[in-house]
Design a protein around this ligand. Sequence first.
Ligand code: ADE
Length: 238
Amino acid sequence: MGASLKIDILTIFPGMLEGFLGESMLKRAARSGAVEFRVVNLRDFTNDAHRTTDDRPYGGGPGMVMKPEPIFAAVESLEPAGARVILMTPQGRRFDQAMARDLAGESHLIFVCGHYEGVDERVRQALATDEISIGDYVLTNGAVATAVVVDAVVRLRPGVLGGAGATEEESFSDGCLEYPQYTRPPEFRGMRVPDVLVSGDHEEIRRWRRSQSLQRTRERRPDLLGGGDDGLKKRGDG
Ligand code: ADE
């Protein structure tokens, strides 16, 4: 890779994303050239005096639906050939680390943030290459959901996180939750760092971490181990 990842985000609330993209890791990622963000206001692609982006649903019912024209016009203005055009919707495929890795390997991502009751079906039919949900709940708008996906993707790009290998030993990288981590002091309020971690025996440490990682995953997320139990187990230890 090495080349920059272009990330365009279409929304009627650009301020929600500009704040998010202007802080911390994402800000540094953009400064370093690892990624290029553009936040596009869908209202700039309307043709009426009121800059209307939504309308009442055909067939009646509550709420408003986002009109197709501004979304198509905005996407078409972004040279979308070869881009993944991602519609954020609770009806999409549920986002996970494997999807983050897949998207991090692309060169151009265009996110369409839905708002209100939904987005005209023709956006899904003829514009979106992907539909992503960040979980089984409904948000007031797709900007928050886009922020989640962008964050998870950008940190996987080369050069964004400090140390090499920083994303290799974290939760989900091998299908398991990560092992427990400790730092100094060696004893805190009567709680000691496990002896093995200060033993200097790297093979023993590797084995301990692997077994902790498996045990945690079995207790908290048996679904990750393919056991078929899809429910989150209640945790006693917070
Ligand atoms: N928009 C509203 N709710 C959402 C969700 N859960 N995931 C993605 N986009 C959304």
